[in-house]
Every structure is written in structure tokens, then in C-alpha cells.
Design a binder for this molecule. Sequence first.
Ligand code: SAH
Length: 358
Amino acid sequence: MASLKQKIRQIIEENGHISVEKYMKLCLYDPTHGYYSCKQPIGLMGDFTTSPEISQLFGELVGLWLAQVWLAQGSKKPFALVELGPGKGTLMSDILRATSNVPNFLQSASIFLVETSTHLRRVQKNRLKDFEITWLESVELLPPIPLMIIGNEFLDALPTKQFCKVNGAWQERCVKLNKSGNFTFCYTPSSRDHELQLTHGDVPNRKIIEISDQATDIISKLSSKLLSNGGVAIFIDYGHFGAVGDTLQSVRNHKFSDPLRNLGKSDLTTLVNFKAISETAVSRGLRATKPLSQGAFLKGLGIDIRLNRLTKNLSEDKKYIHVSARNRLVDEDQMGELFKVFALALKDAPCLPVLEDF
Ligand code: SAH
């Protein structure tokens, strides 16, 4: 069976090059060799660690935030509790535990996990075996009822196109073969030159911009569903607000690696452009909050009170483990500042806790 490298090499030989977006798609989702199809990427034994894997405090607080919004929006029944890209199922498991005492919340909820990886679906099924859960391949399949949606490090996993202006004309960043037969980046004329001149005319020559059509598509579909049925969507991810520059990165065994090597064996991501996401949702008629740092969000939700309660009767050693996990989530030089939280809701929905408490 051909390896992923051979498969991509063949596509390049036939077409001369492959776009960065298509390259990312194959590396992440190829059914036989793609990163999410074959690997269990998250946690100490994987390539990267996410907030829910660092501390239960994260999922518990996010769960209580969702329940608070549900109460403020009139305790709609039935509603869908939805996670996009649930990884190992840890976040949903913590959300379900933390909200089990909120009257009628779980009794009114149907749980949906949107996950493309069959491998990770198995891990999630095992983790959440005590709950009735429906797995979906895409957000289009979500039911027409109010939606309480969470996505942690979901948007950054979606493939992105990269463009660069060369001598005044927009070109798309692609991957080709160099003289030695290895992968290398190149630029090819883009059919989107006219559109990009209008939307990004002020970006200087040779600066890369990133556009995730897949993220735009998913946010558009979610926005239509939210507009028709009500609810909220909260996203937590690392990103920027419309900055330019190449943010494609590859991570393997908790270290950065070359994005053109270890195909299907390392995680490929780009920073999320929160500005593009907000503009998509707002253009569809929703309200988008400003991105708030993860540190400020978790402090606003009372992470320290919850930490004290959790560690009250623990030995100093055990307490230390929870305190350092809390610091990792909240401290500015760790995940507290780089990671941002933002949410989408109906224009006339009540103020969203912490994100819109001014
Ligand atoms: N939210 C988890 C995992 C983040 S990794 C955590 O915080 O630990 C990204 C997750 O998104 C993985 O579960 C991956 O399989 C899933 N994923 C990636 N692209 C997807 C897509 N297009 N639709 C649904 N799930 C996707």
C-alpha cells in the first residue's frame, strides 16, 4: 500500500504542485494514513496536550458556563449539548459531571459529538460509556432544537489556504518537489486574485495571509442553525484577530517539527483568525463577543474558588499537582494569554457570563 508521502508525491507529479490546504487535508484526514485517522494525538503519550487534559477544572467551569447560559436563555427543553472535535472525551465527561446537579439541565439535553475520526470516536465511546450519545460526521446533521455548542482546539485543526502577493498579484502557497525529490513550498497564480485585491489590498508584497474556507463553511452552517433554533456556541483556541503571517505549524512529541516531514505522524495546525470567524457569524445575523484570554475567562468563572474546594482535604503533594495545572491554564506565559475564548449568540440573547460582563 502506498504511503502518504508516495500518495502526495503522485498528486504533485500529476499536477505540478498541491495547495497547502489540500496538503493539510491529506496529512490530517486521509482515511488510511491521516493524522486523526490513525493516531491518538492528545495527552502525555501523544503529541500535544489540551486544557481539558491538563485539569478537570477547565471542563467543569466551561460546563457551568454552558448551564448558566441555558438558564439565562429560558431553560429550553429539549436542547442539544454539542461538542465539536471532542478528542479523548475528557471535556464532555467533565461537563457532564459538573452540570449533573443543575436542575433539569441534563434531563433536557441530548448529547451530540461531532467527530470525523473513527479512531477517536472509539476512545470517546469508551470514556463516555454511561451516557446516551449520538455521533455526527458534520454540523449539518445537528437537529433543529436549541444548541449549546462547545469547541476546544477544534477550529485550529481545520485546513487552511495560504496566499501571498508577489509583484502585486495574489498567488497561492503550494507544495512541490525540489530537484532532490523532496517537498518544498512554492507559489502559483491564484484564481482569487480579484477577490483578494478587494479584501486584502493593503497587505504588503510577500506577506502570507491565511483563509480557512472550511472554518467559514462550518461557522456559516452553525450560524444558520443558531439563528433558527437559538442557543450559543463557545470556542476556545489559540489565534489572532486578523493578523498576517505564516502560522502553519507542525507538532510531534510535544516539539515543533518541519511541516513538510513526518506526514500523517505530526499535528498540523494554523492559528485561528477570530476576526474572520466573527465576521462570518455577524454577516449571518449573529452577535459575536470579543475574544477574551483563557486566563481572564477562567478567573472570571471562579477557578480559584473551585481549586480551593477541590484541594481542601488533599495532601500538599496532591494539592501541588492541581495548583500547577491551574497555573498552566491561567498564567500569561503559559496558556492563559495565547488561548482565547469567544462566543456566538443571537443578537437579542441575554448577556453572556464573563465574556460580556462589563
Ligand atoms: N477538543 C479536544 C481535542 C482537540 S484535537 C481537546 O480539547 O482535548 C481536535 C479534535 O477535532 C480531534 O478530536 C479531531 O479528530 C477533531 N476534528 C478535526 N477536524 C474535524 C472536523 N472537520 N469535524 C469534526 N471533528 C474534527
